[in-house]
Ligand binder design. Structure first.
Ligand code: HEC
Length: 105
């Protein structure tokens, strides 16, 4: 039981090391799914309740807003809490992910 688990973990580490870009892209997609409840699938907001869409936001603007939420510089109802749950690297890959999504507008 134990040795096979160790080799499984080792194999996973080797995969992660050899496919860094694919892994980063997949990660951004999984993390972005956490935002879909409020901001819509892939950040395409249905527009209900004035919820801002994230699709097509420029990456620098996105990163700036997330940092402003984290620091409290930008007032928020929920985003200050949510933004604190992600690392800088995760925010950067989310920024690239949402910038690459086409907005409906
Ligand atoms: C519970 C609902 C909810 C979830 C989940 C959520 N957001 Fe938000 N988001 C909001 C609301 C509401 C605002 C408007 C600011 C506020 O009041 O917090 C907002 C605003 C934003 C803005 C600013 C948009 C602009 O045009 O200035 C960004 C960027 C953002 N969210 C990113 C994210 C990301 C990334 C995630 C997922 C990791 C996420 N949000 C998850 C509710 C949510």
């Amino acid at each position: 039981m134990r040795p096979s688990l160790i080799s499984l973990v080792a194999a996973a580490l080797v995969c992660a090391a050899t496919l860094p870009q694919a892994a980063a892209a997949a990660d951004a997609r999984y993390i972005a799914a956490n935002c879909a409840n409020c901001h819509g699938t892939d950040g395409r907001s249905a527009g209900g309740g004035g919820m801002p869409g994230l699709a097509g936001l420029s990456a620098p603007y996105f990163v700036e807003q997330m940092n402003a939420f984290r620091s409290g510089k930008r007032q928020a109802t929920v985003m200050h809490q949510i933004a604190k749950g992600y690392t800088e690297a995760e925010i950067n890959s989310l920024a690239a992910y949402f910038a690459a999504q086409k907005s409906d507008k």
